[in-house]
Ligand binder design. Structure first.
Ligand code: 2NL
Length: 340
């Protein structure tokens, strides 16, 4: 029996397994109900007492060895399985996700906000659905002004009139009503006009308006502020010119042109060979508008301006169709991926 046990020890030591199935077969072969070791224990019971002590010791060692072998085989199998699982192949192609990009209107809006933030302007926002007072009456629109017509403005309700705002001046009216001068603010936002959609017109667009109110604000403050803006936005060599214009809420009013940043003033398609491109409207806030908003027009004066973000974006990126901004065409939007 001792010989048998020695032979088995060798067999056990030499055994190796690749799968958990093979390990289980091994366990059954030795320790199962009809297993070799189990049978040896049965045989052991029949031995004379003198032999039992020593054979018993060998048998117990054999049994422990089988058990240990099983444990070692199991843990080394687990380790190789883990290795296979965590085998990361760095040569595989990356899991490519499409990164979004900012919309060109947002890019230009942020740029305008940054430029005015640097000279102390705050950003103010307000509702897109407005009452007649904030959109028209406070801003000096006469009762028969064409903008008050259904042809030009989207009405949500009549009598009292509730409209989609046609400019963000309504936001600035709210700022003036709620804050004491000095006021330095810009109001970017979406505005609506009832227009047939074409390459040059849409029923909504985006605006940034600006408002500066304090004691002793004059036209030269307006001019210098807008010159600063033009140089920051279009380059340090940029020159501006102001042409007289009309708005119900400013007096005097002007239209501002900048030297063409495409051809530098030589003449090209963008500036229609004039060397100048129109970028915004501006003027001194009408004293009646100040009074409508609770500001003493004898003590305070101010200037205001407004620009269409689409127009500036179209000039800057040479985009020739307004509809591209709202079509969500990925081929258009992808072209702005590199811009923050
Ligand atoms: C344009 C012209 C302009 C203003 C907007 C304004 C606002 C208040 C008082 C007076 Cl609260 N004026 N805003 C002034 C002049 C021109 O916009 O062409 N916008 C796209």
């Amino acid at each position: 029996m001792e010989e048998k046990i020695k032979g088995l020890e060798e067999e056990i030591n030499n055994f190796s397994a690749k799968t958990s199935d093979e390990i289980e077969q091994f366990r059954i072969k030795y320790l199962g109900k009809k297993g070799i070791v189990t049978a040896l224990f049965e045989e052991f019971k029949t031995l004379p007492t003198e032999q039992r002590k020593e054979v018993g010791r060998f048998l117990n060692i054999l049994k422990t060895n089988v058990q240990e072998k099983i444990n070692t085989l199991k843990s080394s199998l687990e380790q190789t399985e883990e290795k296979i699982e965590s085998k990361i192949d760095l040569t595989l192609p990356v899991d490519y996700r499409n990164l979004g990009s900012r919309h060109p209107i947002s890019i230009v809006r942020n740029e305008i906000i940054n430029i005015f933030s640097r000279i102390g302007y705050t950003v103010s926002e307000g509702p897109e659905i407005e009452d007649d007072w904030h959109n028209f009456t406070a801003l000096n629109f006469p009762p028969e002004h064409p903008a008050r017509d259904m042809q030009d403005t989207f009405f949500i309700e009549k009598n009292p009139d509730i409209t989609l705002r046609t400019h963000t001046s309504s936001v600035q009216v709210r700022v003036m009503e709620n804050t004491k001068p000095p006021i330095r603010t810009i109001s970017p936002g979406r505005v609506y006009r009832s227009e047939a959609i074409s390459a040059r017109a849409h029923c909504f667009f985006h605006q940034v308006e600006g408002l500066y109110i304090d004691e002793n604000v004059s036209f030269k403050d307006l001019k210098q502020t807008l010159l600063y803006f033009a140089k920051e936005m279009f380059g340090a060599e940029t020159k501006i010119r102001l042409r007289p214009s009309f708005f119900p809420f400013t007096e005097p009013s002007g239209e501002m042109d900048v030297t063409c940043f495409i051809c530098g003033g030589k003449g090209c398609n963008i500036c229609k060979h004039t060397g100048w491109v129109e970028i915004l409207g501006c003027g001194m806030v009408d004293p009646d508008v100040l009074e409508n908003c609770g500001i003493d027009s004898k003590k305070y004066t101010g200037f205001a301006f407004g620009m269409g973000i689409e127009r500036i974006t179209m000039l800057k990126y040479q985009i020739n169709d307004l509809r591209l901004f709202s079509e969500n065409d990925i081929r258009f939007l992808k072209q702005f991926e590199a811009t923050l």
